[in-house]
Design a protein around this ligand. Structure first.
Ligand SMILES: Cc1cc2nc3c(=O)[nH]c(=O)nc-3n(C[C@H](O)[C@H](O)[C@H](O)COP(=O)(O)OP(=O)(O)OC[C@H]3O[C@@H](n4cnc5c(N)ncnc54)[C@H](O)[C@@H]3O)c2cc1C
Length: 407
């Protein structure tokens, strides 16, 4: 039977909107993007041939074969990608040790025998329970008090701007490695990380911009077009006076009440949603072979350095991207310049970077989503669904929405 062609409006040309556009291309699809460029959070600016990810370093991988097939077979052929071995490090007590920290006990014992052995015993005797009231207790139970207090708590306070005690654990599955005694044992016996799963990722040879460009191929995208209202007249959607059968919103959920009339109770739930902004800097820096490093130190406000030039097939190791919480002035950023960071080339402020989960988040998001669904508007993507989604999950979700739209 022939599929009925629908008129589809997608609000937002980030990874989610673009992927859905490609997956529904047999319909009459229009993508509205408020910015002058596509890409959303995954947007990239190329400087000296090196990609500056305006919202932090990005790499791609997926556990879902359908997502990998879609990306490598329909969007950007695998030959256009570089497969990179992850070599991530943690700055601890003035040394660089391997990530994940629970696989680096040998290094810790070598550098600081007493600390290393105490951390090891604290890890081995941690309870590894399943249910937790908050993120702090999850960390202690998964990794022991010593690693939690030395690394996990200070690092997470920096990235979230919130005490882990005040955070829920709803977002953790699939995001943070769980306690895994098998991996611990392998690493303790001296196996390298490359022998373990998920230790590689993909990066386009020409930078992330190549993925975004390839996704947008043949799509009808209206740039500089901010959708201010979704009108619903007699059960039909109108955007800028144009009728659509389907409307998919990929912008932030906490702005949905600007687009549709929401009940007062929904507006109250929206007010409870917390999220983080970040400042991203692009530096000319000391060369290093690693892929990224985590910084728990409280006197250093960057929480992560991405050695982005090392993601490329033809490495350019002397460039780095740093990320830090909030909107920090250039003057203050330069105060953090150390012997490794030579020159600040560019910087970018991102309004939406991380969803922050506290005890209210899950309940509020469910109520808002239910309300939006009752208006026959689909929500898709990281901030529209208010979930800690990576690009692969955005694509997976786009596939699920496309299946429903196409059926
Ligand atoms: C620091 C950081 C590092 C990350 N690293 C990785 C990584 O290594 N690997 C990975 O896979 N993922 C990573 N991610 C996650 C990834 O960036 C996101 O999952 C993905 O980019 C989200 O895409 P999206 O399309 O859902 O949302 P967005 O990118 O936010 O796109 C939404 C779009 O909608 C537009 N818009 C909003 N409102 C309107 C409106 N009213 N009218 C018109 N347009 C509108 C916006 O301008 C935007 O372009 C990272 C994220 C961050 C913050």
């Amino acid at each position: 039977m022939q599929m009925k062609k629908k008129k589809i409006a997608i609000i937002g040309a980030g990874i989610s909107g673009l992927a859905l556009g490609r997956l529904t291309k047999d319909h009459d699809v229009k993508i509205f993007e408020s910015q002058s460029e596509i890409g959303g959070i995954s947007k990239v600016k190329t400087i000296d041939g090196v990609p500056f990810h305006l919202t932090g370093g990005h790499c791609f991988n997926s556990k879902n074969k359908d997502v990998l097939d879609f990306v490598f077979k329909e969007i950007l052929p695998k030959s256009e990608w570089n497969e990179v071995t992850r070599d991530a490090k943690i700055h601890l007590k003035g040394k660089l040790i391997s990530y994940p920290i629970e696989n680096a006990f040998r290094e810790m014992i070598f550098h600081w025998p007493l600390f290393g052995i105490s951390a090891l015993f604290s890890y081995l005797f941690a309870k590894g329970k399943k249910n937790h009231q908050n993120f702090d207790s999850w960390l202690r139970s998964s990794f022991g008090n010593i690693l939690t207090e030395t690394y996990f708590l200070p690092y997470n306070k920096k990235i979230w701007g919130l005490e882990p005690k005040e955070m829920s654990t709803d977002w953790l599955p699939g995001k943070l490695p769980e306690r895994n005694l098998k991996n611990f044992l392998k690493s303790f016996l001296g196996f390298k990380e490359k022998d373990m799963v998920h230790s590689t990722f993909y990066y386009p040879n020409k930078g992330e911009g190549a993925l975004i460009k390839a996704l947008s191929n043949s799509l009808n995208i209206e740039l500089n077009t901010k959708i201010k209202k979704i009108e619903n007249i007699d059960g039909k959607h109108y955007l800028n006076d144009e009728y659509f059968d389907e409307v998919i919103y990929t912008g932030p959920l906490n702005l949905i009440n600007q687009l549709i009339d929401c009940d007062a109770s929904i507006c109250e739930e929206i007010k409870k949603l917390k999220y983080n902004k970040i400042t991203t800097c692009f530096w000319k820096a000391k060369s290093n072979d690693i892929t990224w490093s985590y910084h728990p130190e409280s006197d250093h406000f960057f929480h992560r350095h991405a050695y982005i030039g090392n993601f490329l097939r033809e490495k350019k190791s002397n460039y780095r991207i740093t990320e830090c919480l909030g909107s920090i002035s250039k003057e203050d950023l330069l105060k953090q310049k150390d012997d490794d960071l030579y020159e600040l080339i560019d910087l970018h402020y991102s309004d939406y970077a991380y969803v922050v989960y506290d005890e209210n988040t899950r309940g509020s998001v469910e109520k808002i989503k239910k309300f939006v669904k009752s208006k026959n508007i689909r929500l898709l993507g990281r901030f529209a669904e208010w979930e800690y989604y990576n690009m692969d999950i955005c694509i997976q979700r786009a596939m699920e929405e496309a299946d429903e739209i196409n059926s």
